[in-house]
Structures are given as structure tokens and as C-alpha cells.
Design a protein around this ligand. Structure first.
Ligand SMILES: Cc1cc2nc3c(=O)[nH]c(=O)nc-3n(C[C@H](O)[C@H](O)[C@H](O)COP(=O)(O)OP(=O)(O)OC[C@H]3O[C@@H](n4cnc5c(N)ncnc54)[C@H](O)[C@@H]3O)c2cc1C
Length: 647
């Protein structure tokens, strides 16, 4: 769209300065909870969000299950047991600090969201008598009905409830502003963070946020390997506006990152090839427990972790004989034997036995409550399924008692991705944190999916709240420092450069994103080799120095998309450098190095940061966080004052 047709008034270069005690960057699940907690501690809070906070982020349109509610009254496992399983399941390559906070406080956050107006119980008695319902509390459970630590929830009610709470507490919410850079004391890299700069996504106005403490809640990178220029809205699992801006600006400011060498073969993505997550039939997560049938209606049997064929439907929701509990529903993440739940026998194995593809998810012979809770509640509440799948299919006459939904599984359809088409998924890399959920940069706290090895709604809510409390504690008594004018000037030069080029024929955002993704597939695919990585880095540096200065944007939309792709480029450089720094293969990181040096790095995190243009790396023991319970309690004294401890 050319500038003359732009529907909003343009305010290029015009400045607005906004002061607060606490600045929250990103108004997703973690950002909302961080702002709520900090405001409750009596701080003045500004929340800046690229989209519209009421529904923005991965959890904006919903979530169907709340993992790790280990302290709910029906749970049979402790936070300590659950976090240990999360660590063991990843050979220790997990964020012990943030997940312990999640397991200790996840259920508290759910109760808080309920008080704000979110729905977490079957108050209408829709599922009375179901095997997954506790009649006293009216809570509904998912997956492991014996241990009852994951709840089924009405997640589409959560973000609007949080938004109302932000307003009630007087948090100043500034929607449609893309934060573009962190500001530091005296404008010097590595100094205390004193706020951030941003740009309005509709008017192009320039924002200068000044705060005593800032909380990074912008989620994680995407579109690094996967990008379709023609279907940009459907490239990845998480929302298209979450591309790793926070990682890129943290890198420029000197923040430390870890596990950035981890990537997995793409799944749950679209990119023109697959299907929107949970829109197709399967038996994982949302669809867990569904029957899977072949094209002649023969059922694929479920088996427990020991290969015992399960005959009753109820067996799908219990641990195997001798097993304490299992993680999640369906073995999509390939959990370790100790934590593996029931799963259907592999499709490929069944085809060799004569079963005929395609396969379908079939809810028709499940007990009525199981059918209703999948089709209706889970499919209705899950992130991307309420409107496009549940409502549209229902409107077109889909009846789960009669109809089936096709699966597009690995091994037999074009929905499967190639080994070099990768993604930061599961528990990917991110900001390194300490027990305050602070980064190495003073004044910069981090929460949610921005953290290394992060995942899930409950984790984002719990770490957001914890970071909000600790940031408030840090800020109280501190003096604000003024933004450095020279840093503001440099940032304005950077962000408005594509607008100044608007009459040129420079590259636009889609082409640049395609180029980066191509480099990543070619030089940083499934199998890494230092020579390939170095060539890849040279290509990325070429883009940075020779292509970016000539890129052009016609309007604020194009400009914001372009600034995002600049950040995607920075994240790609972080990843390449992390892959160069790790010298040998590590299975838990899905990291395979062809020129494996033979050194045993399996007990260390590689931590990296950029200092004055040079990449610095160091090793850190994977269990650097020490005794989880002791440390958590040491850093949570205020939280527990006057409250009973949930463990
Ligand atoms: C389809 C789907 C289904 C899911 N289902 C579940 C589930 O059932 N249960 C579960 O536990 N988890 C689920 N998850 C995961 C869960 O939603 C996320 O882990 C959680 O939302 C992460 O919270 P967050 O605040 O870190 O990130 P988000 O909630 O994604 O928020 C990040 C925010 O940052 C904003 N932002 C980004 N860049 C900028 C910038 N430059 N300036 C300003 N703002 C910016 C974004 O607009 C966004 O609002 C699901 C995720 C998806 C995508």
C-alpha cells in the first residue's frame, strides 16, 4: 500500500516520552501477569504491546490445558517431583528455576485468573460424573486422570479477564507499539537498562520509555527457517508478530543467551505445507484419547510404555503398572520411558501390517463426556481452533458422533517437514536468567517464552508474576536515569532508514525473510558443520551490511514487518554463533555436529553474548541453579509471608 492510501495519520519521527517505575514489554500472558504483580506491589506500570493486549500473543485466543498445576487440591504429585521429571526428560537441559516457579505457583496463578473472571471450573455441571471431573472442586483434568496435575480450562476467557484486571489496577496499556530497542544508562552497551524505544504500528510515531526496571515478555523467535512469502500468516505455530524482537534487542544490549543451538525439525507449523495446529485429526494434546482409525475403520490400538495393548478407553488415562505418573498426552515429544504415557502404535508399523491410509481421528465410540470434552471444550478453547475449526466445522454440519477428521501424520503425507526445515519449538533457547528472573543486564528482568527452555501458559503466568514482584522490589527506592539522547538519535536513524528509502527499489520484508530462511536451511540445517556455519554467517553478514541499509518501507505496516525481519536476521546470527560454539553433538538439544570434536559437553550450557561487536562465549553447568526448593524459598519470602506454603 502506498503512503497516500494509508488510513491513519502519519507521525514519522514525532516523539512521545513515557515514564514509569516499571516497563513491561509485550502484553501476552507473561506480560499481563508481570504488570499485574508489579502494580499490586504499588509501582506505576506501563505495558507496551505490539498488537492489542486484550487478545494478543500465543495465549490470546485461548488454551485448553494448564500444565503443572501440581499444587491443586487433587494433585497426587509434588512440584518437586514434577520439575525433576521435566529436568530428567531433557537430560538436564531445562530451565530449573523457571519451571520450579511454574510448578510452585502455576495453580496460584490460575486461581488468581479465576478471581479476575476467567473460567477454570465446570460450574455449569456439563461434565458431571465424568472420569476426569472432581465433583467437589468441579475441576476437570487432562491426560493422567490418576495423578490429576494438568487441568482442562476455558482458556479463551483468560486474556480478556487479565486485560480488565490491568485496567482496574491502573496499568497504562499502550497497544500497537513495537518495542525496537532497549535503552541503557549513558547509551553504553552492558550498562543498566533504563527503558526502551518503540514505534507505533499505525502512525509511525517514535516512543521513548523510561523506567527503573524493565521486564522482557516478547516471547520467542520464529520464521528463522520457515517462511512462505505467499502465506506469511501461517508460517509458524506461534502468532506471526512474535518473531524474536526481544532476543535481537537483548543481543544488541549485551544480554546473555543460552541453548540457542537447539532447534527441532519443524512440526505444528503451516508454511503452506502443513495444517493449522490441532485443526487436523491426531491423538496428542487437545485430541488426546481420540480413537485413530484407518480408511476401513479399523482402530489402531493404544499401548502403554511397555507395549501392553490397552483394551479399555479408561486405560488411556492411567499410568502403566509400576509407573508413578506420565507427562502429557500422547508421545509427541518422545518422553523418556519413565514418563511416557499411552500412545497408539506407529502409523508406519500399522501400514506394514496392512492398515490402509489415510488415518482419521474418530470420536464416535468414546463415552459421551470424553467426546464432548475433546470436540467442544478442548478444540473450542485451544489457541487457534475456536473459530476456524470448532465454529466453522460445526456450522458446516460436522457431527463428532458421526464424522471423522483426517490426520496428516509423519511418514505418509506431504505435511511432513524436511530435516533442514527447523523451528525453535518445545524448550528452545533464550535469555539466561538468575533466581530473580533477571538477565545479566541490571534492570532487565525476563519472563515467559523469552526465557531459555520455556514453554506453556502456566509457565508464562507464573514467571511473569514472579518477575513482576522481583522487578518491583528492585525498582523501589531506585532513581530513574534519563534516556541517553545519543542512543535515541542512533535508534531513530536505524528505524526510519527504510522510510527514507521509500522511493528506491530496495528489498522489502518478504524477500529478505525468504533469503534468511534459505541461508538457514542451507547452512544451519539438521546436521551442523563449522565450515557450513561460517559460510552461512558470511551470507547473513552480507545481508546485514549490504542489503539492510537499502531496504525500503512505504508505510508503518511495511516498516514494522521489515524491522521484524532485521530482528530475525540477528536471531539467525545468534543461532549460527551458538552452533559454532558447541563443539560436539548433544541429543537432548537435537544438535548434531558432523565435525564433532569428541569433547563431552553434555553437562554444560553454552552461554553467549555480544560485546562491542564480538561474540563472547562461556560454559555454565546445566544445574547452575542449585537446590531448587531452598533457593526458591529464599527468593520468595515476601510471597509466602502470611500464606500457607503449597508443598
Ligand atoms: C496454538 C497454540 C496453542 C497453545 N496451547 C497451549 C495450551 O493449551 N496450554 C499451554 O500451557 N500452553 C499453550 N500454548 C503455549 C502458550 O500459549 C505460550 O507458552 C504462552 O502464551 C507464552 O506466553 P508469553 O507471554 O511468553 O508469550 P505470548 O503470550 O505469545 O506474548 C508475547 C507478546 O509479546 C508481544 N510482542 C512481540 N514482539 C513485540 C515487540 N517488539 N514489541 C511489543 N510487543 C511485542 C506479542 O504481540 C505478544 O502479545 C499454546 C500456544 C499456541 C501457539
Amino acid at each position: 500500500m502506498i503512503m497516500n492510501d494509508w488510513p491513519y495519520s502519519l507521525e514519522w519521527e514525532k516523539e512521545e516520552v513515557i515514564d514509569s517505575d516499571i516497563l513491561v514489554m509485550g502484553g501476552g500472558v507473561a506480560g499481563c501477569m508481570a504488570a499485574i504483580a508489579a502494580a499490586k506491589c504499588g509501582q506505576s506500570v506501563v505495558l507496551a504491546e505490539k498488537g492489542a493486549t486484550k487478545r494478543s500473543g500465543a495465549g490470546g485466543s485461548g488454551c485448553d490445558h494448564w500444565e503443572s498445576a501440581a499444587t491443586n487440591p487433587c494433585s497426587k504429585i509434588t512440584p518437586g517431583e514434577l520439575v525433576q521429571a521435566m529436568l530428567d526428560d531433557n537430560d538436564g537441559f531445562n530451565n530449573g528455576i523457571s519451571h520450579y516457579i511454574e510448578c510452585r505457583e502455576g495453580y496460584d496463578r490460575l486461581l488468581e485468573i479465576e478471581k479476575m473472571g476467567g473460567k477454570i471450573r465446570d460450574t455449569g455441571g456439563e461434565f458431571t460424573g465424568a472420569a476426569f471431573r472432581d465433583e467437589k472442586t468441579k475441576l476437570l483434568f487432562a491426560y493422567d486422570y490418576v495423578n490429576r496435575y494438568t487441568l482442562r480450562v476455558w482458556g479463551s476467557t483468560f486474556k480478556p479477564a487479565m486485560y480488565r484486571e490491568l485496567k482496574r489496577l491502573g496499568v497504562r496499556v499502550i497497544d500497537r507499539v513495537m518495542i525496537t530497542s532497549l535503552l541503557s544508562e549513558s547509551g553504553k552497551q552492558g550498562n543498566r537498562i533504563t527503558g526502551a524505544a518503540g514505534i507505533h504500528t499505525r502512525t509511525g510515531r517514535f516512543y521513548i520509555f523510561s523506567a527503573k526496571a524493565s521486564i522482557m515478555c516478547m516471547s520467542r523467535p520464529a520464521r528463522i527457517w520457515l517462511f512462505s512469502g505467499s502465506l506469511p500468516g501461517l508460517c509458524e505455530f506461534r502468532p506471526p508478530q512474535c518473531v524474536g524482537d526481544g532476543h535481537a534487542m537483548g543481543w544488541r544490549a549485551g544480554a546473555e543467551f543460552t541453548m540457542m543451538e537447539k532447534s527441532v525439525r519443524a512440526e505444528f507449523s503451516a508454511s503452506g505445507r502443513s495444517f493449522p495446529p490441532y485443526a487436523a485429526g491426531n491423538n496428542h494434546n487437545t485430541w488426546y484419547g481420540a480413537d485413530i482409525i484407518d480408511s476401513e475403520a479399523r482402530k489402531i490400538p493404544y499401548a502403554d510404555r511397555d507395549g501392553n495393548i490397552l483394551t479399555g478407553i479408561a486405560d488411556r488415562f492411567r499410568p502403566a503398572q509400576g509407573q508413578k505418573f506420565f507427562l502429557k498426552g500422547g508421545s509427541v515429544d518422545n518422553p523418556k520411558y519413565e514418563y511416557r504415557g499411552p500412545e497408539t502404535l506407529p502409523f508406519t508399523e500399522m501400514m506394514l501390517k496392512g492398515y490402509k491410509p489415510p488415518f482419521y481421528a474418530d470420536l464416535s465410540s468414546l463415552p459421551e463426556t470424553e467426546r464432548k470434552v475433546i470436540w467442544g471444550m478442548m478444540v473450542g478453547e485451544e489457541g487457534k481452533t475456536k473459530v476456524p475449526v470448532f465454529r466453522n466445522h460445526s456450522a458446516l454440519g460436522f457431527d463428532p458422533e458421526k464424522h471423522v477428521i483426517q490426520c496428516y501424520g509423519a511418514g505418509w503425507t506431504s505435511a511432513e517437514f524436511l530435516p533442514d526445515e527447523r523451528q525453535l519449538f518445545g524448550l528452545p533457547g533464550g535469555f539466561l536468567n538468575d533466581w530473580n528472573l533477571s538477565s545479566n543486564l541490571e534492570g532487565l528482568f525476563v519472563a515467559g517464552d523469552s526465557l531459555y527452555a520455556s514453554n506453556c501458559y502456566g509457565h508464562a503466568a507464573a514467571t511473569g508474576h514472579y518477575a513482576g514482584r522481583h522487578a518491583a522490589d528492585y525498582a523501589s527506592g531506585l532513581k530513574k536515569s534519563k534516556p541517553a539522547r545519543s542512543q535515541v538519535r542512533t535508534e531513530k536513524e536505524r528505524v526510519y532508514n527504510p522510510v527514507r528509502n521509500r522511493h528506491s527499489t530496495g528489498m522489502g520484508w518478504k524477500e529478505l525473510n525468504m533469503g534468511i530462511s534459505k541461508v538457514m536451511k542451507n547452512y544451519c540445517g539438521e546436521v551442523k558443520h563449522d565450515e557450513l556455519l561460517k559460510i552461512g554467517l558470511r551470507h547473513l553478514d552480507d545481508f546485514e551490511h549490504n542489503i539492510i541499509p537499502g531496504t525500503c518501507a512505504n508505510n508503518p505496516h511495511d516498516l514494522v514487518r521489515l524491522l521484524e525481519v532485521f530482528d530475525i536476521l540477528t536471531v539467525a546470527q545468534i543461532i549460527m554463533n551458538a552452533c559454532l560454539a558447541r563443539k560436539s553433538s548433544v541429543k537432548a538439544l537435537c544438535f548434531t555436529k558432523l565435525d564433532d570434536s569428541g569433547t563431552d559437553d553434555s553437562g554444560s550450557l553454552i552461554v553467549l553474548r555480544q560485546k562491542e561487536g564480538k561474540v563472547e562465549t562461556r560454559k555454565l553447568s546445566i544445574d547452575f541453579f542449585g537446590d531448587l526448593k531452598k533457593n526458591y524459598e529464599k527468593f520468595s519470602k515476601e510471597y509466602f509471608r502470611g500464606k500457607s506454603k503449597p508443598e
